[in-house]
Write a protein that binds this ligand. Structure first.
Ligand SMILES: *Cc1c(COP(=O)(O)O)cnc(C)c1O
Length: 427
């Protein structure tokens, strides 16, 4: 089977959108988002308490958070404004997982006010939360870091021993005992060990690690373990030819480990939670940008109206994002281009030495898989402004779900140039 990458939008649709909204813009696919969320819920339906807590940092847009909420997802927040955003979307109480680290006291206060489940990143936070709230909530979670290297059989691995998150195994046992003494009655375990895993093996492997830990913790402390949070890290195929994850296989893999370890130890009531960001949204968003220049020096450059301020992953991680020239989907890739933005930074390139069809000024490019960790990592370097976000609805219509930043927005935080605040209307 060939795994091709096709845009979810056509040239005609983009031409129509461009009449009302100037490029660049991030575009999201309602149909794709809903269908994927349905698959995720089906894949884990064997676990009656299952819930996906969408990692808000991936795509912090209220329209999309509400859309996912309609599909049964809660939110995973890690900052004050993410908590506020969740609240503004009507997602509160146990539908919020507060998985934060290096956490300011006031954010614990806000999380508790909203009734969120607090996931402690560090053992010292027990005191901080108790001091801040006066007492501890009935349900609390602890983040686990097994240290060392974490390996999957296909070679994907990461180095938790080098990461700032979570508690050591010894600390998590201590934390449970202390929390129990202080009145906590229901417990969760959380870990996020490897990012963007394109293998069906990650969740089941992580589940085995955490389920065994859960049995040890229950046996040693008598604590009631109410849920296990597999967090994020389920990846997507950014490159053509990569085999996508099969969420049904992943769900079944976790199910098998669940029966073998938890059920067999009389812990068949444990709820499974996830906090996926990338898997929920990345393929269902793209960055649409227009070609405004071509340049022929030592290499061939295509200049577009988007830049790394709109999508940082290629510049930051050297990440591959597939590019389609709209209207030339089937044209042969005869040219080799660097596709560049305008930042005064030579790493502002969406593609390097990429084989593409012959490109003309005015062509529209779709930069794929920007639906997670795309817009949200944007910044204002070089005074570049954040783009708009559009939603392609199931009925084919288009909704503006965030307007583009204006120069007035850029000046707003100076407070000393009131004359610029009227710029928005002039533009
Ligand atoms: C970033 C993050 C996620 C989401 O990660 P993805 O790779 O997008 O799935 C989930 N949980 C926590 C705590 C995170 O920091």
């Amino acid at each position: 089977m060939k795994f091709e990458k096709k845009p979810f939008v056509t040239l005609d649709q983009v031409r129509e959108m461009a009449k009302s909204y100037s490029t660049p813009f991030h575009l999201y696919d309602e149909k794709g988002i809903r269908e994927n969320a349905k698959r995720v819920n089906e894949a884990f339906s064997w676990n009656p308490g299952f819930r996906e807590y969408f990692a808000v940092k991936a795509t912090p847009n209220p329209f999309l958070i509400k859309l996912l909420h309609e599909c049964g997802c809660g939110t995973d927040c890690s900052s004050m404004t993410e908590l506020m955003l969740s609240e503004a979307c009507g997602v509160t109480g146990e539908e919020i997982m507060f998985s934060s680290n290096d956490t300011p006291a006031e954010e614990f206060r806000k999380a508790a006010e909203l009734g969120a489940i607090i996931n402690l990143d560090d053992i010292t936070h027990i005191d901080l939360v108790e001091k801040t709230l006066g007492s501890l909530p009935e349900t609390m979670s602890c983040r686990f870091n097994p240290g060392g290297f974490y390996k999957l059989s296909n070679g994907i691995m990461d180095n938790p021993g080098d990461s700032k998150y979570g508690m050591t195994e010894e600390q998590i046992f201590d934390a449970y005992r202390i929390l129990m003494k202080k009145g906590v009655r229901h417990f969760g375990i959380h870990a996020f060990l490897v990012s963007n895993t394109v293998t069906n093996e990650y969740y089941p492997t992580l589940a085995e690690t955490l389920f065994k830990l859960a049995v040890r913790l229950r046996n040693a402390t008598g604590a009631h373990i109410a849920f296990i949070n597999l967090s994020g890290g389920v990846g997507i195929p950014y490159k053509p030819g990569e085999k996508p994850n099969d969420i049904y296989k992943i769900g079944e893999g976790v199910h098998e480990v669940y029966d073998r370890i938890l059920k067999a130890n009389g812990m068949g009531d444990v709820r499974i939670f996830t906090e996926m960001g990338r898997f929920m949204m990345a393929p269902y968003g793209c960055l649409v940008t227009k070609v405004i220049h071509e340049k022929h020096i030592y290499k061939e450059y295509i200049g577009v109206d988007a830049c790394a301020a709109n999508l940082m992953r290629p510049a930051m991680y050297g990440a591959y994002h597939h590019i389609t020239v709209l209207g030339k989907e089937d044209a042969p890739c005869t040219e080799t281009y660097d596709v560049a933005g305008s930042l005064c930074e030579n790493n502002d390139k969406f593609a390097i030495d990429r084989q593409l069809p012959k490109i003309e000024i005015g062509d529209y490019l779709v930069i794929h898989d920007t639906g997670a960790h795309g817009f949200s990592m944007g910044y204002n370097y070089n005074g570049r402004l954040r783009s708009s976000e559009l939603l392609l609805k199931e009925d084919g219509s288009v909704q503006l779900i965030r307007r583009a930043e204006t120069a007035a927005d850029y000046f707003a935080t100076f407070d000393c140039f009131p004359e610029y605040s009227s710029l928005a209307e002039k533009q």
